[in-house]
Ligand binder design. Structure first.
Ligand code: SF4
Length: 483
């Protein structure tokens, strides 16, 4: 008789951000008070449950194969359970966390544990993963994972698994959350209604990884899942799709059917929603409390340079006002430092935020992720500040590191203006004011703003540090020449 195979799926924490904000340069040097404050704040952040569960691992752990028992280890909270026996460990690898993933994989393999690597980084850079894995899974793993688990039970694992097509999401694949510890997370009610994006923003890898066609799950599957999830956890729902309004007819029908379930939900949308009046009303009626919208830039030149073409800069402000007037709070994500930006851009951003009364402004620095078009372009133009071959240098942080030289602004002037911008937006006073003025989800808006006040403080500290560490305040150009 065969014994049950034990499989562990592992999720790794990012370097900084909502998973544990911290300085890239240790505990804020020798400043003990700041260091103490930073550690305390990190604990509060964890206990405030900003973390959301790893959806990809939820989906994979829901796949049932006879003779296999799967569980999840979320290393944002737990150490790897080395005291137990594992027949196979699957690690989800994102480019920003590749270094950590490889170190863990090497350690496990040295102990004789079979390691499978999958995720975005493996799909984009399989060659770099081969030395660290027994098995690679390339692309969306919904169908491939069943094959891996079946082969595990028969002792016939292959070196790699790959499909020549994207999974058909219309096929019913119930998602279970039995492997999750509920109280750790902001919510366990994560719902994905589809994948793919028809746009081609050059700093994004969603269209590279999931394709340009919108693939949708069936509405009845989604409604059933929401009803089931709600029984288990009545907290907020989070629709994780990059644009929940990308297919307006689909979204209209879905949220009409969800309205009787009386959920409260957050999601991500494009500002085009401001012109989709019927859909906007339906969102509000179905319990939409807050949406994240990718504004990215209010400079037409920057939008064109980075192929952010789905909505016009001139329509953004009105769209945001319309959505807020419908009672939905907005998290607006900007990127400062795009190729059309100048030193005038920060004051335009400040005016925009004050005019639209945006509830949570997120002011990001462009992070050229390997595998995106902008990474390739900046590499060709000699503007990357780290070795392009060292993909682990392109780690996830929260605006704490410049990875490239801006086109129109000298690096030190850019860091100064970015820091001044975040210092003006994120004060305790402004955070409280935004929390009180939010059309809905006031406590969440307040918490996010306060949290960002802390994170942007870290960002300013680390950017300054990066600048000072470089010889003659020309930090990075010499490095570029070495490539
Ligand atoms: S940034 Fe948003 S709209 Fe642009 S390609 Fe990525 S997912 Fe699509």
């Amino acid at each position: 008789m065969h014994s049950t195979k034990k499989v562990l799926l592992v999720f790794l924490p990012s370097e900084s951000g909502v998973d544990g904000a911290q300085s890239l340069y240790g505990e804020m040097d020798n400043n003990t008070i700041f260091s103490w404050f930073n550690r305390s704040f990190r604990t509060i952040i964890k206990q405030s449950q900003f973390a959301i569960p790893p959806l990809a691992l939820m989906i994979l752990s829901s796949i049932e194969v006879k003779g296999v028992d799967q569980s999840i280890c979320d290393m944002r909270f737990d150490e790897f359970p080395l005291n137990k026996t594992w027949d196979l460990v699957g690690i989800s690898v994102q480019t920003g966390m590749a270094k950590k993933a490889f170190a863990l994989a090497d350690n496990l393999r040295s102990r004789g544990i079979v390691v499978v690597l999958g995720g975005a980084h493996v799909t984009l850079f399989p060659e770099s993963c081969i030395p660290h894995a027994d098995v690679l899974v390339l692309g969306e793993a919904d169908d491939l994972w069943k094959e891996v688990l079946t082969d595990l039970t028969t002792g016939s694992l292959k070196k790699s698994y790959q499909s020549d097509h994207f999974p058909d999401l219309a096929i019913s694949r119930p998602v279970l959350k039995t492997s999750l510890i509920k109280k750790r997370y902001f919510t366990t009610n994560l719902i994905q209604t589809g994948r793919g994006c028809q746009y081609s923003c050059d700093f994004c890898n969603v269209h590279v990884l999931n394709g340009h066609n919108l693939r949708r799950r069936s509405i009845s599957d989604i409604v059933t899942e929401v009803a089931l999830f709600k029984k288990d956890d009545s907290r907020i729902f989070f629709f994780v799709d990059d644009s929940i309004n990308a297919n307006p007819a689909f979204a209209l029908e879905l949220f009409r059917q969800l309205t009787p379930l009386k959920i409260r939900w957050f999601g991500q949308a494009t500002t085009t929603l401001g012109q989709q009046h019927e859909l906007l009303e339906t969102f509000a009626r179905s319990g939409c409390m807050a949406l994240l919208v990718g504004i990215e830039s209010i400079e037409a030149k920057s939008r064109n340079a980075h192929k952010k073409n789905q909505n016009k800069a001139s329509e953004l402000a009105q769209a945001i006002k319309t959505i807020r007037n419908a009672g939905i709070s907005l998290y607006g994500s900007f990127i400062y430092g795009l190729d059309g930006d100048t030193l005038e851009t920060p004051s335009a951003i400040l005016d925009f935020i004050s005019d639209t009364r945006l509830d949570v402004p997120g002011i990001n620095i462009l992070r050229p992720i390997p595998g995106t078009r902008v990474f390739e372009r900046l590499k060709e133009e000699g503007r990357l500040l780290f070795d392009p071959l060292d993909i682990t240098a392109y780690r996830y942080t929260f605006g704490q590191e410049m990875l490239y030289t801006p086109k129109n602004i000298p690096l030190d002037a850019f860091i100064e203006s970015y820091s001044a911008l975040s210092r003006q937006i994120f004060t305790i006073k402004n955070s409280i004011a935004r929390g009180l003025a939010a059309p809905s989800a006031k406590p969440a808006v307040l918490l996010f703003n306060l949290f960002y006040t802390h994170l942007y403080n870290l960002s300013r500290h680390d950017l300054q540090h990066q600048l000072e560490r470089s010889p003659k305040k020309k930090p990075f150009c010499h490095t570029v020449n070495n490539f």
